[in-house]
Design a binder for this molecule. Sequence first.
Ligand code: ADP
Length: 450
Amino acid sequence: MFRKVLIANRGEIAVRVIRACHELGVRTVAVYSEADRGSLHVRLADEAFCIGPPPTAASYLNVPNIIGTAELLGVDAIHPGYGFLAENARFAEVVADCKMTFIGPPPQAIALMGDKAAAREQMKRAGVPVVPGSPGPVRSEAEAREAARETGYPLIIKAAAGGGGRGMRTVHGPDELPRALATAQQEAEAAFGDGRVYVEKYIEEPRHVEVQVLADRHGTVLHLGERDCSIQRRHQKLIEEAPPPRLRERTLAALARAAIRAAQVIGYTNAGTVEFLVDAHENIYFMEMNTRIQVEHPVTEMVTGIDLVKEQIRIAAGERLGYGQRDIQVRGCAIECRVNAEDPRHGFRPSAGTLTAFHPPGGPGVRVDTHCFPGYTIPPYYDSLVAKVIAWGRTRDEAIARMRRALVEFEIAGVATTIPFHLRVLDNAFFRRGEVYTNFIHRRLDPEAS
Ligand code: ADP
């Protein structure tokens, strides 16, 4: 096992990783920007080091400063969390070149899955069903039209280097194609420094269902079941749950099989998530693989009892998983609500400020992952996540009732949050029946908000 781990991240995920390290008896180093001096991750870590001014390019993405800090403090491994450098293959290589361990998959696996167009091709070859679309990036309008003949309309243009829903454009007919292609390319170039885009068939009213996988360095690849992340706004997840409601056993089994196959063919190790779209007929389509821990990992932890972050660290340290597929049981149901400092009454605009009151809920079956505390000021430089509330129940109804109760209990003052919005979803009759799809908010709740 490692002696000392540096966490190259901030916020709730940095706190989450520090907790896992401490349970494993591993010392921790926090890094922070000048805006995060008083943060919880800084207080909880054994050592902390400032790596630069608030903008992320100068701090949490500042590879020389992060590596320099790690070397100076004698760190033997780096956990990237999610976002920032987590899916940067070059960073993973630099960590290894500097004789430290990157707590994540091999750089080649990150690079392959980071190129979504290439990943689709590789998955297709491996027999994993993918969304019909262009065989690789489309460079010209002519190539886009060619692809459109395959997919029909509507179609979706996506950035090969995409993430976070950026560089994505839905196209309803041939007239819209030239403009959409140009904007998607520009957006992709601006966001990722890589203007390559590809074309996919637009799946109507799909569900977003993903599979959590764990793979050690000794050839064991397991899945920890599925999560439904269909409740989204502008392609950003808001509510996630495990297991997905109202899917046939057969479909769940097909998803798990496809996910394991995806991980195996690319020689994946560590924790990863294979994302699929599931259409109304329960056809499954591979969308992408996220080569890191995900925001929504706690719902899987709640139903399986497995600490995914500790498993990541154990795997990176070369340990064997030490259990098999049959040892993993999904018990009950778990739901996560992402509480963001955004005002749902005003178009979800960010609401930075100081938390004059902050009292998270507790009680049976409730978990809150947060870096916030009373008096904490939410800096305007980073994402708006305030807390993740996770509720477990023996049944989905019980989980929903607990989540409702927990959100009502949650006392936050000083900033607007998405809690009122979550309560509306939880009270929605379609949601309660498990009728969810990625356009749920538009169709069932609030066309204005979507
Ligand atoms: P990103 O990596 O930018 O988050 P994804 O490829 O994961 O992008 O897609 C994000 C969301 O966009 C999905 O969860 C789904 O709601 C929607 N989406 C993506 N591809 C399609 C498609 N082919 N048809 C319909 N919706 C899609």
